[in-house]
Design a binder for this molecule. Structure first.
Ligand SMILES: [Zn+2]
Length: 377
């Protein structure tokens, strides 16, 4: 059974989530704490950091870029502050047309860009393997968006990497003392990589070591020598997803026509057509998906009331992702060599039976579309 925060809709099952004795989650508390921050002082600190790197190399900093609304804002902001950034993209697992259009839009806006596109045959094997091993089809993408920009920083001798939001800061979770710094330690603790490491993959498939290069974080000794450092822009400026979307849209960013599957917004995670599968597994493991995150953000910002938001979550979230099956519009699973039966089996394997209704034989109860019944207080 899941218990949700009394203010927003975040459930207690969210990893690293704490709901206090008053029934309030740490994302809501973090939101209130943000109001007390002296943003002007933080901006001044950030400008001092930039001064250390301005005009020292061919590019002043790296911005890891998915082409999304946040990447647009990061790039525009840094340019406004007098920096010449190099935008580095690690291509997603299954790039959408909109995703491509938005990456091209950043080029049109006059930024220098590099796109690293790992071998798609290796990628397919990784997608399948990671879905089977840890219930995360998007593992290769989540890893490469962190590893590739750091590799490029070393390669081109650009020591400053400016990341976007710090999710711990925005959505709750244990915030470190140095909440501004993004490094290997952060990645290991909070990167959401589910305990799977490159070395584990080698135990399950005979990869050539070099095939996994895009998924390899550089050695600490190399990073230290080159003085590479990563900072979160969201620590220094008051990060706001909806404001970022407005700025990006004004500058040519194109959202989807409809919200993504299981979500409420039409402008987040539109760069990878596999996102619906990733989000469904989050629902199976923890009983919530993207709509909960997005609508909880809106509740905290007084943009929707909790009751209405909750109704939308019930309507949108946790639907069995039929559209990904064989002979369907997206046909992503058969491309990876996963049959319908196999997919259902993997789903069941990762379903948390403590939070979904089961029959007397401890078998999951599903409707004719394969949807589960979430148990809520
Ligand atoms: Zn909350």
């Amino acid at each position: 059974m899941i218990i949700r925060c009394k203010k927003c809709l975040i459930p207690h099952t969210r990893p690293e989530q704490v709901i206090n004795k008053d029934g309030i989650c740490n994302a809501c508390i973090s939101h209130e704490n943000k109001k007390k921050i002296d943003w002007n002082q933080r901006e001044q600190k950030f400008l001092k950091i930039l001064d250390q790197f301005k005009s020292k190399n061919n590019w002043d900093c790296i911005i890891p870029s998915s082409g999304g609304k946040d990447s647009h804002c990061q790039a525009l902001k840094l340019r406004d502050l007098g920096m010449k950034p190099l935008l580095v993209t690690a291509t997603t697992c299954h790039l959408s047309k909109n995703g491509r259009q938005n990456l091209d839009n950043l080029k049109k806006l006059g930024f220098d860009t590099i796109e690293v596109s790992p071998n798609i045959e290796v990628r397919k094997i990784l997608n399948k393997l990671c879905l089977e091993l840890v219930g995360d089809i998007a593992w290769p993408e989540h890893v490469s968006i962190f590893t590739v920009p750091v590799q490029i920083a070393l390669k081109f001798n650009i020591p400053l990497i400016v990341w976007g939001e710090n999710p711990q800061f925005e959505y709750g979770g244990p915030v470190r003392d140095n909440a501004n710094i993004m490094d290997r330690k952060w990645l290991e603790e909070f990167g959401g990589l589910l305990g799977l490491r490159k070395e584990d993959l080698l135990n399950h498939y005979k990869f050539n070591q070099r095939d996994l290069l895009p998924y390899t974080y550089p050695e600490d000794s190399e990073l230290k020598k080159a003085k590479v450092q990563g900072v979160f822009l969201g620590y220094y400026f008051n990060w706001n997803n909806l404001e970022n979307f407005k700025i990006a849209k004004k500058n040519g960013f194109t959202p989807f026509h409809n919200p993504i599957e299981g979500g409420y917004y039409n402008f987040e995670k539109i760069d990878n057509l596999q996102h619906g599968i990733h989000d469904y597994f989050k629902f199976l493991k923890y009983g919530f998906g993207r709509a909960t995150d997005q609508l909880s953000f809106m509740i905290r910002n007084n943009l929707i009331d909790r009751k209405k938001a909750y109704d939308i979550v019930k309507e949108k979230e946790g639907k069995f992702p039929k559209s990904y099956l064989e002979i369907s519009t997206k046909d992503i699973l058969s491309r990876l060599g996963i049959s319908n039966e196999k997919f259902v089996k993997i789903c069941d394997q990762f379903t948390n039976k403590k939070i979904f209704a089961c029959n007397n034989n401890n078998q999951l109860i599903k409707d004719s579309d394969g949807n589960l019944i979430l148990k809520e207080k």
